[in-house]
Design a protein. Sequence first.
Length: 237
Amino acid sequence: MKTFRTLSPSTSARLASYSSTAAVGALSLASSNASIVYVNAGNTLLADPVPNNANYGFFPFDLNADSINDIAFAVRATATGSATPSFAVVLASEVVGSAVGVIGQEIAGYPYADRLSGGTLIDGSSGFLVLTEADSNVASMAFGPGFPNSQWAVPGSNSGYLGVRFNIGTAEHFAWMRLTVAPQASATPRAITVHEWAYEDVPGVGIEAGAIPEPSALGLLALGSVGLAARRRRKVA
């Protein structure tokens, strides 16, 4: 895989602005003894912008709002039986020299990203697939109607947590992302919905899938989000 269809500049800017704003809010409002940074992604849909061709939708994400993309997803949507099947994959961002780890496994020589259950520990002992920008290697979430080993491909078992290992500077951090992969027989085949994510801001410390900051921090974050929405409404008015 060498060529990707990228988002339009306006869409990329909107996604980057949203994720950065949310992450910065979480960082600034987290309680003093909380080390988990949480981002509500607002059910962001990642769908192939031009279905039924050989190109892809490419969607990078900056998990910790430092203006460096940490992970990316690629989506291709085509009709069942097409010579270029639909798929949803996870890969490193296009930042030169970047790499990201996702919990997964190679089966019959093909890499698959695991669909984790809530409470699964994501840490240095987890089995990570290493994805690098230089090699353009990917981990499959769903391919075509679904390879037998695609854990995200089957309706009813297509939502869960992705375990992630990424770097902030030179320090290793662990994160989860809650995702849903659309079935092949849907209006947006293999589109990925990003619901939310969180990461541990202490280097090297693991995080459980679905873990969020303490309730006091989340309450402050909710109040901050309301205030942000109000400011936006006043600005538009």
